[in-house]
Design a protein around this ligand. Structure first.
Ligand code: SF4
Length: 275
């Protein structure tokens, strides 16, 4: 959530919205303690693969070996420049997984993608609602929009996506569909596709299609109103509601663990008693 006083606008990103829905306090801490935010081995691997995909989309006919070199050199750079935590991924497999994810995109996803579109498209558009005198805008960056207005987001994931679940609840396709409709790239219904690469030794890819209509955007506005009213009324100096009932609430997966749940609950209290 970013306030722009001169224009009276408040800008939100889909990643912030996802955080708010999962744990409001995590979204607040993300805004107020940005230096604490650290990625993981999974996130820097994903960034490296994204970089290679962007290079491939902007250089048609790029061979797989060149694409893999782009990803691996970016990964080497990010290991040094980024703040990241090791998770449960075997470090000996980092480069194998990166090569495999590039291969799955190159061989199984790219042949289904129309080249010649726009990579890393930055957007901002008004949602058409005003909260406490602030005009609410969405902003963000779309991985790829093809020449026909089909929207793509690349995902590196530990397991396959569930299309039914994404169609029913995913926020990102709605925010991005609103962007391409507002900015003239496409009309509703918007065709949004996840290009998913599974973190695996054996290349495995998936294209998951999600359809977004104007009704989804109306639902987004409706759900956003109480979130924004609460966020603006509370301000960012007081704690927001905490939700620890999901598996990202842990020392490994939440950057703010040490100033939140970890300040109260140690490994001893987390350990499961003998059953
Ligand atoms: S530690 Fe848990 S409750 Fe606290 S911000 Fe992180 S996810 Fe939310």
């Amino acid at each position: 959530m970013r306030f722009h006083n001169a224009s009276g606008r408040v800008f939100i990103r889909q990643s912030w919205l996802n955080d708010v829905v999962m744990c409001p306090e995590r979204a607040r801490l993300g805004a107020t303690m940005p230096t604490m935010r650290s990625g993981s081995d999974a996130t820097i691997m994903g960034t490296a693969v994204h970089h290679a995909i962007e290079c491939a989309l902007n250089t048609p006919d790029m061979g797989l070996d060149v694409m893999q070199q782009h990803a691996l050199s970016k990964f080497t750079e990010l290991r040094v420049t980024e703040s990241w935590k090791q998770t449960n991924i075997d470090p000996d497999k980092y480069e194998v997984f990166i090569g495999s994810m590039c291969e799955s995109w190159h061989n199984d996803i790219a042949p289904n993608v129309e080249f010649g579109g726009q990579t890393e498209y930055k957007f901002a558009y008004p949602l058409g609602i005003e909260i406490a005198g602030w005009s609410v805008w969405c902003e963000g960056t779309i991985d790829y929009i093809d020449p026909k207005g089909v929207v793509y987001d690349w995902k590196t994931a530990s397991r396959a996506y569930n299309a039914r679940e994404k169609q029913a609840t995913a926020i990102q396709p709605t925010v991005y569909a609103g962007a391409v409709a507002a900015l003239g790239w496409s009309e509703f219904p918007v065709d949004f596709r996840y290009g998913v690469m599974i973190r695996n030794e054996k290349p495995k890819a998936q294209i998951v299609r999600v359809r977004r209509d104007e009704a989804h955007l109306r639902w987004l506005r409706h759900t956003l109103k109480p979130i924004m009213h609460t966020a603006i009324a509370l301000g960012e100096d007081r704690n927001w509601q905490m939700n620890d009932t999901h598996n990202l609430c842990s020392e490994r997966w939440c950057s703010y663990w040490s100033v939140c749940k970890g300040a109260f609950i140690s490994d001893i209290e987390l350990s499961v008693p003998e059953q």
